[in-house]
Design a binder for this molecule. Structure first.
Ligand code: 3MF
Ligand code: MG
Ligand code: MG
Ligand code: MG
Length: 386
């Protein structure tokens, strides 16, 4: 069957199954669930771990004693149920102090507070065993570009990340940092809207090897982009440090739907990409049950995310073993040993030899690559008739 075990490395944010169903137009429809309770329930469903923002566990105004009590109860639940905390992150978006940015606020006091809050949250994450630290700049953006901060914001963000990388090293935390792009929402425009923006920014940091990307299915889909393409580029750059799986209708508000609920074909291509490339990190579901649901719906949502991944993983295996599909792929990929040799690794002689070749341009333009058939075979595989 398609029941996961911890070896499948599925994780959920505390904020995902803990989502109470608030939206900009309506009050919560569900009661808050405690971290220890969520831990027990996710363990029963076969998850591997739980990720958190500082304030998912510890309220922003908690006393030191309350913090310690909440952390200890959570730690106890993790050890009772055999779950781990692979990733931690900071909530730099809910509190009104961050309304115009955290690391990119034009107010130096807010930037200082964001650094302080992040260091304390890194301390908490380390205490819980996290080795990946995510940065999602939810409020790092603008509605009013007349503020003139477009260039200075990039510099402030870079300075903050450089500072925090040094902090991690000085404390011996050994974090790898994963930057999460999103094009918009809650800000009108968020800085670093795409995976490519993050990949372009990382080499400008003092310690680029410590930084990678945490892409999210819904974020690229909101912008009309193909998430599998983004993830392929991140894998190619050696920067897939973490991943947020969910689903989304294109061009809508941020829906955070159950994984595979909407774009099943892209979800399949993504799972195939992750499995074929042997991605070994945690697969986090950053999504939540529909606002219509009660608690039973929350666990149906969580189980569904993992089941759909497991089913698509099995479909990817079938795809790789399907002789008709493999024959179509073989026909699609035309090999030419001589040309492939000439085209790889420049030498002046190879350049001359390629220039001297005669190509049958008309024949190349007439050739049908068989993609209609390949796509139909893929659809039939997904629809379960192969
Ligand atoms: C928002 C998100 C965030 C980030 C989280 C860090 C609240 O659309 O995706 O979830 O994923 O802050 O992982
Ligand atoms: Mg998101
Ligand atoms: Mg969201
Ligand atoms: Mg996310």
């Amino acid at each position: 069957d398609y029941t996961p075990t911890p070896a499948d490395k599925f994780t959920f944010g505390l904020w995902t199954v803990g989502n109470v169903g608030r939206d900009p137009f309506g009050e919560p429809t569900r009661k808050a669930l405690s971290a220890p309770y969520i831990t027990r329930k996710l363990a029963e469903l076969g998850a591997y771990g739980i990720n958190l923002h500082d304030n998912d566990l510890v309220p922003i105004d908690a006393s030191a004693a309350e913090r310690d009590r909440l952390v200890n109860e959570f730690k106890q639940a993790l050890s009772d149920h055999g779950l781990v905390v692979p990733m931690a992150t900071t909530n730099l978006f809910t509190d009104p102090s961050f309304k115009d940015g955290a690391f990119t606020s034009a107010d130096a006091r807010v930037r200082g507070y964001a650094l302080q809050k992040t260091m304390l949250s890194m301390d908490l994450g380390h205490e819980l065993g996290a080795t990946t630290y995510v940065f999602w700049g939810g409020r790092e953006g603008t509605e009013v570009d007349a503020s003139g901060k477009l260039l200075s914001a990039l510099g402030w963000f870079r300075d903050s990340l450089n500072f925090l990388a040094e902090y991690s090293e000085s404390q011996g935390y050994g974090y790898r940092f994963a930057l999460e792009p999103k094009p918009n929402e809650p800000r009108g425009d968020i800085f670093f809207p795409t995976a490519g923006s993050m990949l372009g920014f990382i080499p400008t940091l003092d310690k680029p090897d410590m930084f990678g990307v945490n892409p999210e299915f819904a974020h690229d889909t909101m912008a009309g982009l193909n998430f599998a393409h983004a993830v392929a580029q991140i894998i190619d750059a050696g920067k897939l440090f973490h991943i947020d799986l969910n689903d989304q209708k294109m061009g809508r508000f941020d829906q955070d739907l159950r994984f595979g609920a909407e774009n099943i074909k892209t979800a399949f291509m993504l799972v195939k990409l992750l499995e074929d490339s042997k991605y070994a990190g945690p697969k986090q579901f950053d999504a939540h049950a529909l606002r219509t649901e009660d608690e039973a719906g929350v666990w149906a949502f969580a189980r569904g995310c993992m089941r759909t991944y497991m089913i698509l993983k099995e479909k990817a295996r079938q795809f790789n073993e399907d002789s008709e599909i493999q024959a179509a792929l073989k026909a699609y990929n035309v090999h030419d040993t001589e040309l492939e040799g000439l085209s790889s690794g420049f030498t002046p002689e190879k350049a001359q030899a390629i220039k001297a070749q005669t190509f049958d341009r008309v024949m190349l333009g007439e050739r049908g690559p068989g993609l209609e058939q390949l796509d139909q075979l893929t659809i039939e595989l997904l629809l379960g008739v192969r």
